[in-house]
Design a binder for this molecule. Structure first.
Ligand code: A3P
Length: 288
């Protein structure tokens, strides 16, 4: 298969896809952005549930009313701070702003630490992240593509992977773990019990939704509901950016798909590196 054209920005120590990001937009996000006390950040390593949280947060802030998620694109509702349109989207956005980012902690807006802004960091099993990113890189024309899964695993485990390695990303964000302004979510827990996670998010954000509203958030942020929502399923993005002939953004939405992709030898090697990198960190990933 032909390699897709790609263009990367080396920003400090990490590689970020070009085009949608520029040095200017990254400088804006990291150095110039003025965090407000009531900002809410949806932070993820790519393919860990970013879009899911965009939908959930939008629905929580509309008290479960699905009208806004059916009327406005997800990237306008909960925009990425580091993308080239970040400044334009966020400067004049009324509070409370819902903001998405894949930035590692050390590149997160410097102004954040002086505020009471809240961060939700969603963690997904890195083996499933790797599988999801492998398929995403077939669709996303700005991603480095490796047809051979083993080659992709090697790329995923190297410092050349976009937004830096999963291990450092997670460890960086976990340095905030004792902060009352950080909520850590697990993609796998959300798969198992979305309602209790939505309730947890509401509590963290001080949003009081009644049971019917919570149920509506759960209903409208299900995999099927999002997959069929043109405002959230990326169908509007041109094929030059997301080539829909190469797959669907909403691929499987399950926990444990790595078992269908990793050979025993790949599992073993991944586990070895995981243990080496995450030795002081206690995380576990439940599977379907
Ligand atoms: P798969 O490729 O494993 O299916 P991100 O939004 O961070 O890019 O992550 C995309 C991954 O989240 C994809 O995983 C996608 O299917 C999954 N996803 C998106 N919405 C979801 C939902 N409502 N429920 C479960 N998984 C969801």
């Amino acid at each position: 298969m032909m390699a897709f054209p790609r263009q990367y920005i080396q920003y400090e120590d990490i590689r970020i896809p070009g085009g949608v990001h520029t040095v200017e937009s990254l400088n804006y996000a990291s150095k110039e952005f003025e965090t407000r006390d009531d900002d809410v950040f949806n932070v993820t390593y790519p393919k860990s549930g970013t879009t899911w949280l965009q939908e959930i947060l939008s629905l929580i802030y509309s008290n479960g009313d699905p009208t806004p998620v059916k009327a406005t694109y997800s990237w306008d509702r909960v925009p990425w701070i580091e993308q080239h349109s970040g400044r334009q989207h966020l400067e004049n956005k009324p509070s409370p702003r819902l903001i998405t980012t894949h930035l590692p902690f050390h590149l997160f807006p410097q102004s954040f630490s002086k505020t009471k802004a809240k961060v939700i960091y969603t963690i997904r099993n890195p083996k499933d992240v790797c599988v999801s990113l492998y398929y995403f890189s077939k669709i996303a024309q700005f991603m480095e593509y490796r047809d051979d899964f083993q080659d992709f695993v090697s790329l995923f485990l190297s410092k050349d992977i976009i937004f830096g390695r999963w291990f450092e990303h997670v460890k960086g964000w976990l340095t905030l773990k004792d902060s009352p302004n950080l909520l850590i979510l697990s993609y796998e827990d959300m798969i198992k019990d979305l309602k209790s996670n939505v309730t947890k998010i509401c509590k963290f954000l001080g949003k009081e939704l009644d049971d019917a509203a919570i149920n509506s958030v759960v209903e409208h942020s299900s995999f099927q509901a999002m997959k069929s929502n043109p405002m959230s399923n990326y169908s509007a993005v041109p094929n030059e950016i997301f080539n829909k002939d190469h797959g669907n953004f909403y691929r499987k939405g399950i926990a444990g798909d790595h078992k269908n992709h990793f050979t025993p030898a790949q599992e073993e090697e991944f586990e070895r590196i995981y243990k080496e990198c995450m030795k002081d960190i206690n995380l576990s990933f439940t599977e379907n």
